[in-house]
Each structure stands twice: as structure tokens, then as C-alpha cells.
Write a protein that binds this ligand. Structure first.
Ligand code: SD4
Length: 301
């Protein structure tokens, strides 16, 4: 399978996000606009507890959001640990377009968003608040790395960070990644998702990659950059994702047994691939042929 325009996203809830991105791509729109519009869908979905509004909070009850975006020119923007703002992907884009910087964090990101017209609002929903109180009953003083990363096949909570990659009608690639991070994380913890090269990387000469799962292991291995570099060296997207997952396992075999990390990648031809440590990683693909395809990613275990 190859060709473009095309948009691919992590997890089955990527279908709805892809549909929004497709509205842009099918009308000859730019990949950058497509991934922003796509990522906004799960950010606004109150049933999704790992992205945007209604995301599960950190152990102190703060919903802190992470997102980044990267275009075909190598421009990128990112926000991390941002509170009270419901569309971090759009703030990340503004960081990219309106500032000389790549990354804004915490209060500074929030303030920048408000200065640019975003409204501060409460992101913790009653349902997420209940889940947090439930967790507090047994709370261990460290984040539960697998609490949201529930990769068991068929599990209805199989919802996670969204990473999205689009190739537009001109063959240009952009990507977006947005998340509320690990549920019950230590306040201030930042994962891979807003870090260029870790949670997302795009090189318009080669392709793009994004990741989901336990961000610490992805950061350690600069995962998405690694996938893109492997494609540059001639690997297919599928081979590149497999190689990057194996690198993570090789570095920390004991840790890797109990966690999930998945990569999703696309190259300039519109060929795509995915691979994860554990079973249960799904991804959504949307092109002119079929708009709502969901595939099971292959896995190491
Ligand atoms: C993180 N990779 O914050 C993200 C979130 C995620 O399962 O995918 N959690 O580490």
C-alpha cells in the first residue's frame, strides 16, 4: 500500500481524528492543517481520558497537557505540562508560527495561550475526578506506568496518546502528537509526546514517525527520530518501527516486558508501518480508498 494524500494515527480512536484531517487533505489542503484539525478531535472528546479535556490528572489532581507539531519545512512547536487550555495542539502550532522558540512549558505555555485568545477552563471532568479519587485510595508515590496503557486485546480502555502523520496531495509530510500523559504521573513529569525527536519527528526528505506508550523509554532512545533515520538508511516504515522497538527492548529488557511502546511511521511514498512491544496496538489509516480502516500493529511479544 502506498500513495497520497493519506493520514495515519495511533489507536482506533484515530479514525475520528483521521476523518477531520481528511476533510483538509481531500480538498488539496496542507498536511500541517490536516494534522492540527485531526488532533483536535480526541482533544475535545470527553470519553477519551488520555488526550486533552477530560484527560486523567497527575497524582495531585492537575490535568497537564503535552503536545507538539512539526511541518515539512522542519518547523516545530511544542507545549508541555500546560494546564487549563483545551487544545494544546493549536497552542503548539502558535508557538511554532509566532515565537522564535520551539517549546513552552507550564505557566508560560498557559499564559502564551491566553494571550493568544484561548480561554482558561477546567479540564478535570467529574468522571476523571472520580477516577483520580479511586486511584488515591491505593496511590503509590510513583506513577503507574501501565494505568492508561492498557494494552490487553479487546480492552475497552485501549485509548492512548494520539500521534498523527499526514502526507498531502503535494507529497509533503507533517505530524502532530497530543496527550495528557501518563495518568497519575508526578506533577511536572513530561513524557515523549511533546518532545521533538521522541514522540514525533518529520523529515520531508524521508518520512515521519510518532510514538505512544511509556514515554520515558521513548525519550531514552529518541524513538521517533530513530525511526526516521532508519528509513533514511533504507528501511521500510515497518522495518524501521520494528528496529526501534527492538532497540528499546535491548536497552532495558526487564522494563520492556511490562510496558507498552508503539511506533507508527510513514515514508514519502505513503507507505506506512507500525510495531509495538506488546500486542494490542492499533492504528487508523485514511486515504481516498478507505476512510475508516483500523489495523492491528504487529508486536514483539
Ligand atoms: C507519555 N507517551 O506521556 C505518552 C502517553 C502515552 O500511554 O502514550 N501513554 O508518556
Amino acid at each position: 500500500t502506498s500513495g497520497y494524500p493519506i493520514v495515519i494515527s495511533t489507536w482506533d480512536f484515530g479514525v475520528a481524528a483521521n476523518a477531520a484531517a481528511w476533510q483538509v487533505l481531500k480538498n488539496n489542503g496542507q498536511a500541517l492543517d490536516a494534522v492540527e484539525q485531526g488532533a483536535r478531535i480526541p482533544e475535545a472528546d470527553l470519553n477519551n481520558h488520555s488526550v486533552g479535556k477530560a484527560g486523567y490528572p497527575d497524582r495531585d489532581g492537575h490535568v497537564t497537557l503535552d503536545a507538539c507539531i512539526m511541518d515539512d519545512q522542519g518547523n516545530c512547536g511544542s507545549v508541555a505540562g500546560m494546564e487549563d487550555i483545551d487544545h494544546p495542539i493549536s497552542v503548539a502550532r502558535l508557538v511554532m508560527e509566532k515565537t522564535p522558540h520551539v517549546m513552552l512549558v507550564g505557566d508560560g505555555a498557559r499564559q502564551f495561550a491566553i494571550e493568544n485568545g484561548f480561554k482558561a477552563q477546567k479540564l478535570l471532568t467529574p468522571e476523571s475526578d472520580r477516577a483520580w479519587h479511586e486511584w488515591l485510595k491505593t496511590a503509590k508515590y510513583k506513577p503507574e506506568i501501565n494505568s492508561e496503557n492498557n494494552y490487553k486485546p479487546g480492552n475497552k480502555y485501549n485509548h492512548d496518546t494520539i500521534g498523527m502523520l499526514a502526507l498531502d496531495a503535494k507529497g509533503n509530510i507533517s505530524g502532530a502528537c497530543t496527550t495528557s500523559g501518563m495518568a497519575w504521573k508526578i506533577h511536572g513529569r513530561v513524557g515523549d509526546s511533546p518532545i521533538i525527536g521522541a514522540g514525533l519527528y518529520v523529515d520531508n526528505e524521508v518520512g515521519g514517525a510518532t510514538s505512544t506508550g511509556v514515554g520515558e523509554e521513548v525519550i531514552r532512545n529518541v524513538g521517533s527520530f530513530l525511526v526516521v533515520e532508519l528509513m533514511r538508511q533504507g528501511h521500510s516504515p515497518q522495518q524501521a518501527c520494528e528496529e526501534a522497538v527492538k532497540r528499546i527492548i535491548k536497552k532495558k529488557p526487564q522494563t520492556a516486558k511490562d510496558i507498552q511502546v508503539g511506533f507508527l511511521a510513514i515514508n514519502k511514498k505513503g507507505e506506512y508501518g507500525a510495531f509495538a512491544i506488546q500486542q494490542g496496538f492499533t492504528y487508523a489509516v485514511c486515504n481516498a480508498e478507505k476512510q475508516d480502516a483500523v489495523y492491528k500493529g504487529k508486536s514483539y511479544y
